[in-house]
Each structure stands twice: as C-alpha cells, then as structure tokens.
Design a protein around this ligand. Structure first.
Ligand code: NDP
Length: 468
C-alpha cells in the first residue's frame, strides 16, 4: 500500500496542512528532520491515514508514483538541502511542491534545475497562517501546468472555500506563484500599517478608548472595509490581560519583519515600480524598532505648536474610514501594477482576476472589496492601474479630498501617518500630467551631461549650462 502524498516539515504549517489533507480522505506520509515533531503528531492526533517516517528513503518509497511531496520547511538553504536529499530517491515525473515562503528567484532556479532530472517543481505560495493551514489556506501554485493538474484535486480539497469555489488557481510558470505570494505579503504589510495609523489617529487625535475604537472597527467591518484584518483588530482592541488591563496597551510598540515584505520592495526597485505604500510600511516597522532613539527624540524634538481642533468627532471618524479605504485601494493598485510589470518581464501571463479571487478567503488580506478587483480585471486584464478602472476611479474621485484633509489634520497634530501621506502623495504624483522632473533632467544634464529630451523638438540635447 502506498500513500497519496508526503509532507516534509512538521512545524506548525506542515503539521496543520497534513491534518487538513488527511481530513479530506488522503493518506499522508510525514517526515521531519527532528524526529520528535513527527512523533508528537502521531501521539497527539488520532488519524490512521497519517504515517510517520524517520528516513528520507522510507518516506519516498511509501508514496504512490508519480510521487507528490509537499515541502513545508524554512525557506532558503533548508529547502535546498531537503531537495538535494530527496533527489537521489526520486524518479522521473515525481512532483515536489514547495509550500514555504521561498524567494521566487530561488524557485525559478530550482524549477529549471529539477527539470534536468525530469522532476516537476511547483512553487506554491500558501497564505493563512496556522489556522488557514488547518481549515483552508489560500494557495498560489506556479510551475508546470500538467504537474499542477495532477496534484490539483488534493490542493483544491484543502484550500479555503468561498461559496463553491476553492481559493486556489494556477498562477503561471516557474516562480510566479511565489512572486504573487511575495506581493500578497507586501500588501498585507500596507493593510496592517494603514489600520495601525487609523488606530493612532483615533487614539491620539480624538483620544478615544480602546473599547470605542474597537466599536468603530466593528462598524467599519460591516461595510466597504469588511475584511479579516479589520475583524481581528476589533477583537485585539477588546482583549484584556490576566490583570484586567487592555492587552494592547501593554504590548511593546516595535514591529518585526520576516523578509517577504522587504523582498517585495527590493523587487519594486529592480522593476522601477513605485511601490510606495508597501515600502513605507516596511520602513515604518524599521522606525518602530528604534524605540530608544524615539524616546530620546520625543524629549528633544518639538511637535506642532498649535493644534487645529476637530469640531465634529463623528465626521472625522467617517473621514478616517474613507481615507483608509482609499489608502487600501492605492496600495492594491501599486501591488497589482507590480505584478503586471513582473508578468511582462518573465512572460508569466498572469490573470489578475483569478489572483484577486483566491485572496478572497483563507488568507490574511481576505476582504470584501477584492470582488471589485476581480470585476475590474475580468473586464480588462490589461488595465494599467486599478485607479483607472471605472469603480476605483469613481471611488478615488469621491474620497481623495477626504484623504487630503485627514493627512493634513494629522500632520497638524504631529501624529505620524507615513502610509496615509504616501497614499495621497502617490495619488497626486500619478494624476500630474506635468511633473517637476523637467528640472531634475536639467540638473542631471548640468552636472553630468546626462542629456534631456524636449517637448517641442525631436532628439536628445545637451546644454552648456554655465554660459548664460
Ligand atoms: P518554520 O519556518 O519555523 O520552519 C521550521 C521547519 O523547517 C521545521 O520542520 C524544521 O525542521 C525545518 N527545517 C529547518 N531547517 C532545516 C534543514 N536544514 N533541513 C531540514 N529541515 C529543516 O516553520 P513554519 O511551519 O512556520 O513554516 C514552514 C514554511 O511555511 C516556511 O517556509 C514559512 O516561511 C512558510 N509559511 C509560514 C507561515 C506561518 O504563518 N508560519 C505562513 C505561510 C507560509 P526541525 O524541526 O528539524 O528544525
């Protein structure tokens, strides 16, 4: 008897995905470098369809051919090590699925390297954290399409559902699945930062209590902003610690990063893509870590002398809501624009409506408004920027003035809102038909003879600027 699939890596994600797969009637072989984690699963979860293995050869030999092996190990060297160990036991046509957060360039390298051995490699972004892994993640597989079709029934069965649709869709060739996951994580950074800045304005400008702010998020979750992140924020703000204090007030204000957000920014630089909101979200986490400097600076550097006064509290709360929605839209416009740029560069032929569809459940950025992105790209997959599509342009035109006011009020209060400010700056830069870059070109030509082009004449020009 041979098993349907094997999973390597029995930390939280691998373990929960294994339980999810087994709960759908598949037999699963499991392996982990440290045997205790494998033993823990067998001892603690009564499931006869999960079979433990303590050697790679035993694990590989326990699988039906072509073998399907899901890797859920640390990205980077660990993934390469495991692939190397597996290779000597695999046969032509076997399929390795890397469900870890691998860098897409590593996935491209592994894909073409394994092709030499006739081993199929699927780089699958998996989002949803430990809960998603157990009850239904969003899955973004890239690689050989026929290999994907072979493993599709298993992956489809474990993916999150929205109605009768599964949150999984073939993304495209080689590293495309992991690229989409990387941008997804970047978008997650900006979503979180925009929510945190909204909380900061409600707290520091309106002086509302955590309970009040939780109630506001709860209301917001009923409308355009309905999403997983708004829902968990509402819950977080209500949570008490064992002493009955608001837990949120006891949590140190230093946010970590794990890498995928930074990758998205580096890729933006490589593609010359203005991914300003995600990048500013990453920088905001870096500033948050400078706690000692911030404490020092708070005693040295002055804030605004006079505050404007917010006269109408409920009106200001509604303005923050509208700004949060527009900020989110601008962030997704940038993220999807980057996907489209990468798709052209790597010839991935990405289908953005399918990508937005699989984000609608199971993953951290799941939100009602993704339906609007699905519609926009279904109507036109070549849309250059979501802000130019009918629904989003109408919304931007309706809310842009509010975003402007909220940013200006917060600046006058001295409350930091780096990503809201980036949103309105990008918006204004993007809608400017005559920018100030003419002066930049002139300066470049002045000091470096970099040349410039003219509106009124064809060709490339250089001026001797010092002769008046
Ligand atoms: P970790 O990222 O903490 O990785 C731990 C696993 O990797 C363990 O099984 C560990 O084995 C194994 N491992 C580490 N180094 C090696 C090595 N050199 N050789 C063999 N195995 C090794 O676990 P998670 O469950 O959190 O994540 C698994 C993957 O899924 C990662 O790539 C992660 O980025 C990704 N991911 C995680 C999410 C999350 O919310 N945690 C969400 C989405 C994706 P051992 O027990 O022997 O140390």
């Amino acid at each position: 008897f041979k098993n349907d699939i094997g999973v390597i890596g029995m930390a939280v994600m691998g373990r929960n995905l294994t339980l999810n797969i087994a709960s759908h009637g598949y037999t699963v072989s499991i392996f982990n470098r440290t045997p205790q984690k494998t033993e823990y699963i067998i001892k603690n979860f009564d499931n006869k369809t999960i079979l433990p293995f303590f050697s790679i050869s035993g694990f590989v030999n326990s699988l039906k051919k072509p073998r399907c092996i899901l890797l859920m190990v640390q990205s980077g060297k660990a993934t390469d090590n495991i692939i190397l160990k597996l290779l000597s036991y695999l046969s032509s046509g076997d399929i390795i699925i890397d469900g870890g957060n691998s860098f897409y360039k590593d996935t491209i390298r592994r894909y073409y390297n394994l092709l030499k051995y006739n081993v199929n490699f699927i780089g699958a972004g998996i989002s949803g954290g430990e809960y998603g892994a157990l009850y239904g993640p969003s899955i973004m597989p890239g690689g050989n399409k026929s290999a994907y079709n072979f493993i599709k029934p298993i992956l489809k069965s474990i993916a999150a559902k929205i109605g009768n649709e599964s949150c999984i869709s073939y993304i495209g060739p080689d590293g495309s699945g992991h690229y989409v996951k990387m941008v997804h994580n970047g978008i997650e950074y900006a979503d979180m930062q925009l929510i945190a800045e909204s909380y900061s304005m409600l707290r520091h400008i309106l002086n509302l209590s955590n309970q009040d702010i939780s109630d506001i998020f709860s209301q917001w979750n009923q409308g355009e902003l309905n999403s997983y992140l708004i829902k968990i924020t509402k819950n977080i703000l209500k949570k008490k610690d064992s002493n009955g204090n608001d837990l949120i007030d006891c949590i140190l204000d230093q946010a970590d990063t794990k890498g995928t957000g930074e990758w998205a920014c580096k890729e933006a630089l490589e593609l010359h893509e203005p991914l300003t909101l995600i990048t500013m979200s990453v920088f905001s986490r870096y500033i948050s870590v400078l706690k000692l400097q911030r404490i020092l600076a708070s005693n040295i550097l002055l804030g605004p002398r006079n505050h404007c006064i917010i006269h109408n509290q409920s009106e200001f709360i509604e303005k923050i809501r509208q700004s949060l929605y527009l900020g989110k839209i601008i962030s997704y416009s940038q993220g999807f624009s980057q996907l489209s740029h990468a798709s052209q560069k790597y010839h991935w032929n990405l289908k953005y409506s399918n990508i937005a569809k699989i984000f609608r459940s199971g993953c951290i950025i799941q939100a009602r408004f993704l339906n609007k992105i699905v519609e926009a790209y279904k109507y036109d997959n070549t849309t250059m920027n979501l802000l130019l599509s009918p629904y989003f342009q109408e919304l931007a035109n309706k809310y842009q003035n509010t975003l402007r006011q909220v940013v200006s009020d917060s600046i006058q209060y001295g409350v930091a809102i780096p990503v809201f400010s980036s949103a309105i700056s990008y918006y204004d830069s993007y809608r400017t038909s005559f920018s100030s870059a003419n002066l930049i070109q002139a300066q470049r030509d002045y000091f470096g003879a970099h040349t410039y082009k003219r509106y009124d004449q064809d060709g490339v020009f250089h001026t001797n600027w010092s002769s008046y």
